[in-house]
Design a protein around this ligand. Structure first.
Ligand code: ATP
Length: 434
């Protein structure tokens, strides 16, 4: 992260280069929604793939799931989401009518907008769930899920019956979640539609503390894998009086977002047996695990819960770098190669030489078979093309010139150092550290 990295610079780069656009922009937007352009969706997919590779395919005690967004309304009654447990304190200015989260205000009597300073009204609890109607008659009430976790709990029996796992084991899923946030803000940090990557890890009660510690380490390793430096990560042990009703221990892992400071990146919670127990009572279905020789019991659960957008925002902030190159200030994203939306860019030295363009196309097509996230660019001069690739975090650029036509060598340029070296085409793939 550059010392002078600001959220404005990141937002502007994200828009200018096709990472993130305001949702429904041509109609003036819709607060709390964002659209991901070609590079944004690639970066998002790379983050999700890394997560799935790490926590599902990379382990033998995890089971993947993709449950429905719309669920029977009883799920949300039983989980406590329809009641007072899933509300934020809302307060409205009597003058400008703007709404705020009371717990985010220092002075709860006056409107925080300096130009307004109107009187703030009474605090009231605002439920965060989006309600919807299902069916042609619209007679069945449902909600857009506010977390993916409940989809995991209601499938606990299905996984037990079909996969026959041994304890401890986890169920993981990635999917959309929706919350009618009172004040969506800070770019993609607090939005009304977002994606979660959640794990419910089922354990025996007596082991929860040691399992929690293991997850704590795994979570930190994950932040390393994203390329986030440890000095920008802080653990916030949620005090007992702030814990959610189901939790006996929660650590919020916070990231030092530019211009914002430390705020929640992801959470690690010990949810006891609260959810399975509640669903057992609510549905009448047994939510017990039966050990080979022993009595059935309801497992306890450790929940690492990751937000895709908050990870993406941290990754962009951490990667944003400015340096001096060729007597010019250069902006580049120092992304880990596996996260970079484009891994390699291929250029013909000149656009108006058909032989060069044809050779560059040939190299591009061949590399694309092994490196699908690749780009061809023949616009402007090579220096400008380098800068454009730097700005989107492409680790390598390959230039095809007249010598290539003679001896099958190319220029390979490194994003971080700007160093260029001559390399034989057939040695290229091996030289790329992706
Ligand atoms: P906050 O206190 O910031 O509202 P939370 O504690 O309610 O977050 P959780 O319910 O623990 O969040 O959700 C797990 C993860 O989902 C969070 O750590 C975050 O990464 C992500 N998340 C939650 N709400 C939002 C949101 N409105 N926009 C983007 N990501 C979110």
């Amino acid at each position: 992260m550059a010392d002078n990295t600001t959220m404005e610079k990141i937002v502007s780069l994200a828009k200018r280069r096709g990472f993130i656009f305001q949702g429904s922009e041509i109609y003036g937007g819709l607060a709390g929604t964002w659209d991901y352009g070609p590079l944004g969706v690639a970066l998002k997919n790379n983050i999700k793939k890394l997560w799935w590779d790490t926590f599902v395919d990379g382990r033998s005690d995890m089971y993947g799931l993709d449950s429905a967004i719309l669920m029977n309304e009883k799920v949300w009654e039983v989980s406590g989401h329809t009641g007072a447990g899933f509300t934020d304190p809302l307060i409205e200015c009597s003058k400008c009518k703007k709404r705020f989260r009371e717990d985010h205000l220092e002075d709860t009597s006056k409107c925080p907008d300096a130009k307004c300073k109107g009187e703030l009204g009474e605090k009231r609890d605002s439920n965060l769930m989006f309600e919807t109607k299902v069916g042609a008659q619209g007679d069945t009430k449902s909600y857009l899920r506010p977390e993916t976790a409940q989809g995991i709990f209601v499938n606990f029996k299905n996984i037990l019956d079909t996969m026959r796992p041994k304890l401890p084991f986890g169920i993981a899923q990635i999917g959309k979640a929706f919350r009618n946030e009172i004040a969506p803000r800070d770019f993609i940090f607090r939005t009304r539609e977002f994606e979660q990557m959640e794990i419910e890890y089922f354990v025996e009660e007596s082991t929860w503390e040691s399992e929690f510690e293991k997850w704590r380490e795994q979570v930190l390793k994950w932040t390393d894998a994203l390329g986030l430096s440890r000095e920008n990560i802080r653990e916030y042990e949620v005090p007992a009086d702030e814990l959610a009703h189901y939790s006996k221990r929660t650590i919020d892992f916070e990231y030092n977002y530019p211009g914002k400071g430390f705020d929640e990146l992801l959470g690690l919670a010990y949810r006891t047996d609260h959810d399975l127990k509640s669903h057992q009572e609510g549905s009448g279905e047994k939510m017990t695990f039966t050990p080979i020789e022993g009595v059935p019991f309801i497992p306890h659960v450790i929940e690492p819960s990751f937000g895709v957008e908050r990870a993406l925002m941290a990754v962009l902030a951490e990667a944003y770098t400015e340096d001096e190159m060729n007597e010019d200030t250069r902006v580049f994203l120092k992304l880990k190669p596996e996260l970079a939306p484009i891994k390699v860019a291929v250029f013909p030295l000149m656009k108006n030489k058909p032989d060069l363009v044809a050779k560059a196309r040939e190299v591009f097509e061949e590399l694309k078979e092994t490196i699908p996230q690749i780009m061809f660019d023949d616009n402007g001069n090579v220096g400008k093309r380098y800068r454009r690739q730097d700005e989107i975090g492409t680790p390598y650029c390959i230039t095809i010139d007249f010598d290539t036509l003679e001896d099958n060598t190319v220029t390979l340029r490194d994003r971080d150092t700007g160093e260029q070296k001559r390399i034989a085409l057939n040695a290229l793939i091996e030289a790329l550290e992706l």
